[in-house]
Design a protein around this ligand. Sequence first.
Ligand code: UDP
Length: 498
Amino acid sequence: MDSQAEPKLEIFFFPYILGGHLIPMIDLARLFASHGVKATIVTTPHNVLLFQNPILRDQQLGYDIGFLALNFPAEEYGLPNGCENELTTTNGDMFTKLFMAAMKLQDPLRKLLSQTRPDCLISDRLYPWIADVTDGLGIPRVVFDGSGCFSHCVEESLRRYAPHEKVVFETESFLVPGLPNQIELKRSMLPDYVKAENVFTHFLNEALECEIKSYGIVVNSFYELEQAYADYFQKDMKRKIWHIGPVSLYNRTNIDKVERGIKTSIDEHSCLSWLDSRDPNSVLYISFGSMPRITSAQLLEIAHGLETSNHPFIWVIGRILDYSSKEKQQVESVVLPVGFEERITKSKRGLMIRGWAPQLLILEHPAVGAYMNHCGWNSIIEGVTAGLPMITWPFSSEQFYNERFILNVIRVGISMGNEDWVPLKEVPRVTIKRDKVAHVVNRLMGCEEDEVVDMRKRAEEFRDKAMKAFEKGGSSHSNVHAFIAELKSCRKISQNGH
Ligand code: UDP
């Protein structure tokens, strides 16, 4: 071996235990390994099992990637064995316990890092103690939370200027100051922890402090998509950011697109053959992400609306919220209009997927013409990458900020009109009635209005830009290289004792 050869850069990836955080972090680790880095995913034993197949495939390709597992204190919190991420919880109580158990990973992580000393730790934003762990060890720390740069900028503006405190009514609009575009929100769209201090406000403030003290952030987005915000983040907020996505594009084969942690509830072939039987751009894909958000009553309105609109659709029905008991339960039973499923199946007008869908495969199919989603960032970036106009239906977290991004910044969507932010533990009202569902679906799928035609065109342009950014020579590809080079120079500086 060449004694002068530089040892490989080693990066640890430490994801959070929510599906929408785990999935892109795994893609991120795989992406870095394909760029010659030794990538180690630090997670808990059952999360290792979920994602082991794609990692094995990468190892067979010769990439230096693997896992290190930290014991998860499930039993200590009364959680069943194996409940190590939100996807396996069945009620709100479990969700809270899971959250608490995840906070206990601090000591095992510290021990692991002090023994292994990687060149860098890329950690999820939701570990507010992470700086205490890495700073004492002198390990550069970078934050990745799966969201885009835009929502970080909105959060910062709300924090700096508190425009929401100057309006009286929940339904009153206010401008989010200082941003490159004119962005309006209403108080009703803001998280409760932004409007009044609660435990979560403190938790997030600590997480933000950690983020500000970090070396920088990497985002699952690409520069051309949110250029003005990337510049704003660096110049105005004076923080480092690397746009390195869309990370889902790392999944090039069908098996990689299907196997992203969770087992799909439909086999890929029946899903694809159903899509093959439909006309190009004719199908609406509907999915509200990895967490339960919809009540049976709201589901019923959607079903009636879809039947009236008469456009083909694939509808993913994940876990459903039922508030009949005191604790939030997620039950399997779904009440649909009488005969709904038989009618749509017989006419081949709709495909229902109960559980987990092979989302990447569906989105990229030429028959799919639009995407109704809850504005989770992964859903948005995956929709953009597929070149699809969207119907936006945010519920919680930072989803209303992301909705503004689709409607006002990249202008590739129509809003379903929900304005009520709900915390995960509260009963969401039925905010959208069947007529509205039918009207919005017809508007986007009908494609006749000039506004919709332009939207479709813009969406296709963003898809082309996303592909270009990710390929060799593109902005995200170059940013991965720049990031690696910067870490290598940090390593040299610390080795030379400067
Ligand atoms: N997803 C999927 N199949 C499903 C539901 C979700 O593959 O049936 C994936 C989706 O592709 C995305 C992630 O789960 O990568 C959801 O992340 P997002 O940020 O959109 O929403 P969250 O679930 O975190 O709110």
